[in-house]
Every structure is written in C-alpha cells, then in structure tokens.
Design a protein around this ligand. Sequence first.
Ligand code: DGJ
Length: 744
Amino acid sequence: MFINYHERTRTFHLQNDKISYIMCVLKTGTLAQLYFGKKIHDREDFSHLLEGAVRSHSAFPQDGEYGYSPEHIKQEYPSFGTGDFRQGAVEIMQENGSRLCRFKYSSHSISAGKPSLPGLPAVYTESDDEAMTLSIILEDPACGAELTLLYTIFEDEGIIARSAKITNRSGSAMQLTRAMSLCLDLPDSNYEWIQFSGSWARERHPLSRRLDTGIIQIESLRGHSSHQQNPFVILKRPNTDESAGEAIGFSFVYSGNFRISAQVDPYRVTRILAGINPTWFSWKLDTGESFQTPEAVMVYTNGGLNKLSQIYHKLYRERLARGPWRDRERPILINNWEATYFDFNEEKLLKIASKAKECGVELFVLDDGWFGARRNDDAGLGDWVPAYELLPDGIAGLSRKVEDLGMKFGLWIEPEMVNPDSDLYRAHPDWCLHVPGRKPSLSRNQLVLDFSRPEVVDHIHGMLAKILRESKVSYIKWDMNRSITECYSEALPADRQGEVYHRYILGVYDLYERLIQEFPDILFESCAGGGARFDPGMLYYAPQAWTSDDTDAMERVKIQYGTSFCYPVSCMGSHVSAVPNHQVARITPLKTRADVAFFGTFGYELDLNRLSEEEQEQVKEYTRFMKEYRRLIQYGTFYRLRSPFKHNESAWMVVSDDKKEALVGFYRTLSRVNYHFSRIKIQGLDPDMCYRVNDGEAYYGDELMSTGLIVSDGTSGKTGDNILPPSDFFSQLFMLRAEDDINL
Ligand code: DGJ
C-alpha cells in the first residue's frame, strides 16, 4: 500500500495490492480524476488519461487553457457555474449572492492511519499500518472558501473512504447549500446500476437497470435513511455476476437525508455523486468555521458481487462497528412485541421469559409500552418513567427478576419522539420539530423531538441514563417510528433553518455516543419501524439492527438476501415469529422460520408458551443449534448462491475462515410436482478438502463447487439425505464439515 505524489506532474497515486486510485492537478489547479480500478503500475505521468477535449459550445474559465473545459474533465469535486454543466459536488451562497466556487489545488499531506470525523460515524483503523490517508487542500480565493478532501486507502482490499470539509476563510458569512461526500467521474457508462429499494416491511429489494444518458438518482427526504431507499448503490459491468467481474460499491455512512446519483453525459462519462441530500440543506459558515461532510466508502473489485459484499461485510463488522459487542457472539433473544403488543403486565412477561429460559434463550427484551401512559400508541412517548401499574417494581425490579431467572434483560426505547398526550409535550410544546403558526403533521400519533437542540437531547439523556443506572439492562432496542415533516427548529434563526435535518442526526449520534460511552457493555440494536435506518451510520453505534417488521420467513429470505449486498449477517436482527404471520398471514413451518432466522442475530418474537410441546422441543433444538454455530454464521464469510428474486428456490451460505466448516441454507417458496433436480453450486470451499454433508455422504470441495449439491423435489424417487418432501415454504440446511481421513 502506498500513496505516491509525483511532483513534476502533480499526480497522486493511491495503491494497494488490489486497486489504484489516480488523480492529478491540472494547469488550471483543478483536481482531476484519472483512474479508479484494478491495480496498475505506478508512473510519473498519467496525463494521457485526461481525454481533454475542445468541443463546440464549451466554456473555458481560464485563458489559454482551451484543452480544459470543465465540462470535459473528469473531476474530483466539481461545482456548477463555470462551464461544467453536470450536477456539482459543492455550492456556496456568498454574501454578494453569487453561488460560484471553483477550487484550485493548494497543498496536501499524507499520513499513516485514518483520522476520525468529529461527531460523525466513520470507518476506523486500529493501528496506523492498516491504512493511509491523503488530505488535499484546495482554495477558492475569490469566495474565500477552503476545501479539504480526505482519501483513505486500506491495506488489504479495494476500499477508499472519502469525505470533504469546507472552511470559510472569507471574513464574512457564507451559506453552504451543497456539500457532497464524494464525486467519482468514470470514463465510460457501460454499467448496470443496482439500488436497494422498497417500503415498510419490504425493505432493500435489489433493483437494477442499465446506465444511459441522463440521471438516475435515489434519495431520502424522510429524515432517516428510509425503508424506501438505502444509502448504497452498486455499479457493475453487464456481465458481472455473483462470482466474477467488475463492480464498484458506493456506501454512504449516514442516517439522514441522502442522495446518490449517476449522471451519464453525452460523451458517456459517468459521474457518481453521494452525500447529504441538497434539498432543504444549507449550513451557515461564519468566518473561520468549517463543515465536515459524512463519509462515503467506495469499494472496487473484479471478483464479482459476492466479493464486493464480503469486502463491505468485513469492513463494517470489524472497522465500523465498535465496542465489546463487535466481536462477541450475539445473545439469542426473545422479544415480546408480536407476543403481546401493548397488552402485558409483569406476570405475563415473566411467564414468557420463563418459558424462553427453559428453551435456552439468553436475553428477554421488553418492547414498547412499559412507560408513562403508553397503553397504546396514542400516548406516553417522551415520558421515560416506568408504568408502575403494569410493572410494580419498575424496570429495576423487572430486570432483576429476569436476571434471577438466569437471563439478561433488554429494553425498547424511542428517544426521538413525543406523543402530544404526554407530560413531556405538555411541559415543552416547543420541543418538537414544527413551523410556528402551522399545526405539525402527526404520524403514528407522534411528533418528532427537536434533536437539533442540545437541551432536548440532554433532557432525554437524563431520563434514559437514570433508568439504565438503576436497572440491569444489557441490551437496548432504539426505535424511530416516523418520518420527519415540518422540519423547523424554534431554537435556530431564519438563516440556519437549512441545518435542522443534519443537526437532528448529529443530536441522535450525540445521544448514542453518550450512552455507549457510559454503558459500554450494553448491546444496542437500532430500529426504525423495522429497517428504515439500516445504514452504516447506525452501525457505528449499534452493531446490530432490526432488519424489517416483516417477520414472515419467505419475505425475510428476500429482505435478508437484499440486505446482504452491503451489510454483514452479524448486524441483521432476525427472529422466529408466530403463524399465521402477523404481516402476511402466511403459515410457514417452524423449521423454515428458524432456518431463515439463523442467518442473522437470532431470536424469537412470539410467546413460546403458545407452542405445542413438540414445537417447544424443536425450539430447544434450534436454540442449541444457533449457540453451536453462531460464531460460524455471524463471523464467517457469507455467499449468496441463488436469488429468491429470480427463482422459486434460493440459497445462501457461510463458510469459516479456515474453510473447514460451512452451512448452506436452501429455501423453496412453492412446492412443485414431479419436478427436476436442482444443483446448488457451493462457494468458498477448499477444492482439495473432503466435506461430509449433514454427517452423510462426503464430496471433494471442487466437486461441490463445480457440479453442486443435488437437491430434488422429493417426488422423483431418489433416496438419501437430500430428498425434499413436497411442501410449500420448505427449507433445508446443509452442514458441510471437512474431514481429514476420508478416502473417496
Ligand atoms: C416498530 C418496531 O419495528 C417493532 O419491532 C416494535 O418495536 C414497534 N415499533 C413498537 O412500537
């Protein structure tokens, strides 16, 4: 790994064993992009890659430099207004009303390791030899702004982390109205764009289309990263599949409004922009002040989509997630939400917990409804005091009683919200986001607290910290159940209202940081009405997230499959729930529900007392199984094998680092009669090792990877372990164990 600077040609080359990222400073001072892709030899001069063009109707801001119209240069941090007619990365409203800015190279520095971004989530290093960082300073003397671009290259994989900082050195105030985290201009447009879209209860379904002239854009304007779009996009070559070919990932480490776009110009150059959504964004910079953008993480691979995902999985599991839970096996939990909703008291909860304990479950989580007047979703949010009429000894007492059963205790909170019917709202009606003189919109009967105000965050922190200090809480599920509307803060002046969305998220991050610092042993799980904040920003604070409110097994195969393109198994909350399923009314076998939920942070979302004795025995077995294999599942290498979006049958797997153990999950949606055999090609095995499948037949790794594991529809008369009985919503697990002394 190195970052070279060639003085004569003013060329930067960031390189490791996998990738090269090359830029140069043009004669005009503009920072131009030359190459991002597979590692290439270093050399002093790459200027032949510039493709500067003189074309009709172009504009040339600098006399004598007619080869360099901004329109035809691939740039690192472009702005609109001086001849680049594409979308820009930065825009600054100055005192005289001009929005023009045009940055020129000033200086740079190279350092070992990676700096943190104050107040913001970001990937990190544990020692300086894991990464190197290039910091380039550019200036626009005419408007008095300074721009710092940060690029970190990691040692092992094709990862570049980027962010930008804008500083006002003008002597008067300016308004930043656009500050994207990355711009990447690619020399062609022969790509497919894959986004991960959906809505509540069907999050992160992959959707792909070819790039063509014009703009494709995904965004959130909901105040959270959203169910509808995820801040992650892949560009892949048309022939790239799961196991081979070029792909580039763009992942935005942020939990609020975002935008990621691809703009293909008439010359087939593709511009990718990712960052805070410029809609309703502005940030006032008084002289001397800076604005730091969140981070965006780009990954390049020529090893196919599984490889791209595996790079993100490892990075986010090991160098984004923090704290003692980062590397620990995650507890098997039971959550009472779908078991009771708001209808519970202490006796009922302890009955659920006792049965769960009998079945081997390790953590009991009390969901919504334990505080204030929260007997339904009309009231109580904001009043974080136990409802003593339900829990006579409060959370302190209940948590002790659960611990006395031999389990850990976890608690649900929704700190960012307030019901108008609450003591908090009655005392501080101005503490919610609202526009004076207008009635704020309700959603789930609640309003959003103004987390851009430090005193609001302090107050909520005080109430929550008190409960955590006096109770035995080992886990927190932090929910957020509505989108933001009427985004206005009574505490900020008119010229700072464009800051509220971002200040809100900074307030959320601040509360998280204070709680995880004071209670480092608590395991946090983020949640936003299911998966509306399943983003890398949250993973920095909470190493796991509730993947979706849809707990149906077949729906979950799709949601978890789509989620896996960016996010590791270790962060995906996945639970076995009751049937008929509460979201889609489908009845799936208990085994299938478990076989899907195993590929995540496993738990239960039902009252186990309501299962038959036979089912309770099954549950004990599933819990035992997960305890035995959770290290493999949550920390192994994950592969997608067959897509539920394209097939009736789907499959995924994990394999241990030493390749001696692998677990394959196979799922079939609808049963078919007299159907053909299927072959599931396994991945990631050692070709020369022999693997015994489900303690039965043994095969060489290369055979399993090349001919595949044969599964049938169960009606074809083949005998053996792999026979599938004919039923809908069927699943099967294949445990592959390498054995030394097999002679085949
Ligand atoms: C939405 C979450 O996703 C559910 O799991 C549950 O916690 C409810 N909120 C409680 O209101």
